[in-house]
Design a protein around this ligand. Sequence first.
Ligand SMILES: Cc1ncc(COP(=O)(O)O)c(C=O)c1O
Length: 410
Amino acid sequence: MKRHEHNPEDSREKAFRPETQAVRGGTNLAKKNGPLATPIYQTATFEVVDMDEQLRATSTDMFYTRYGNPTHTVAESAIAELEGTDAALLFASGMNAITTTILALLKSGDHIVAQRDIYGGSTKFLSQWLPKLGIETTFVDTTEYDQHARAIKPNTKLIHLESPTNPTLRIVDLAKVAALAKPHGITTMVDSTFATPINQRPAEFGIDLVMHSGTKYFSGHSDLICGIIAGRHDLIETIHHTRTTLGGTMDPHAAWLLLRGIKTLAVRVQRHNENALRIAEFLAGHSKVRRVYYPFAKSHPQRALAMEVMRGGGGMLSFEVDGTGQDARRFAESLHLFTLAPSLGGVDSLVTIPVVTSHAMISAEQRQKMGVTEQLVRLSVGIEHVDDLIADLERALVAVGATTQHVEVG
Ligand SMILES: Cc1ncc(COP(=O)(O)O)c(C=O)c1O
């Protein structure tokens, strides 16, 4: 099979639901007498018998691993099925997926419209790197669609979105933005990392490219780094050529681990959804908590939209402690079950302070506009028992009172 393509005949995925696609996707169900587990093609290159075969091999996934690899093909095909897109591509990291895609589709003189609330690394690439190549970005308020419309110029080639956003969990009306872009021939790309295709399938709303840091929920075990782009054949083909040149291909062994992670994606996400909703409700009722950001929380201003776009609220939530930045840091350090570490989306619960980690690389002014305060704590809720997680949070919230009292008295 041609690399990164997905063949609906093989898997007959049209009849299958996401839970089945996650486990069986990318495999040929009609095939017999082969290994059940996908083999790891841990090789840099593939041998041929003669020049004719060499020429035929160049456009397949058995030529040279920087171009493609059969282990990648299975994972890419499974992801395309889950996203409901023609094809998908793997990258060495989520950042590599974003940078390669933009470099593939845009040239000097082009313009991007991007949301203000996006992953800090994406903001840095758009605002600090692309201008060196003559590509300008206008940042707009995430939920102000008239701002998106006003920002569009004759040279706008891409609208870059993220939903839900990192770390304040704002939701984008994907259908509205797709409708805005279509008449201008502008490509839309959404970073759907927080949602996963179990909770949100942006292609259903007319979005052209779906991007993920596969490092997160797709892997699910915080043990690999990976990027994903899924979308239409023509776009994926162009991006593939650029990936081959820039060289951000995934290692086959890591791709195999990714594939293993994908098999449990649906059941993991279901538990992440349940745990995070319970925790959001617990935090919303706690006196030491000023504000909770969770898409399916009753207090979320876009809850109705979130429920339209998403099937579950996801495993990510943020909240502001009712105290100082120092309180937030002390709270995070006092947790036992929530491990103090950047990243998200794994089975283990993690905690971070965004001003120190995911958003440390952008200016304080940009952070302020995004609502990323010193008091903001981000939780990646894992799949442990929710009562144990809540007990951990309850105990650590005592640390907030201690500093608040100190500050007030002082
Ligand atoms: C929403 C989002 N997009 C993209 C990235 C970048 O992904 P990676 O670390 O795999 O390069 C991250 C990383 O934290 C992220 O949270």
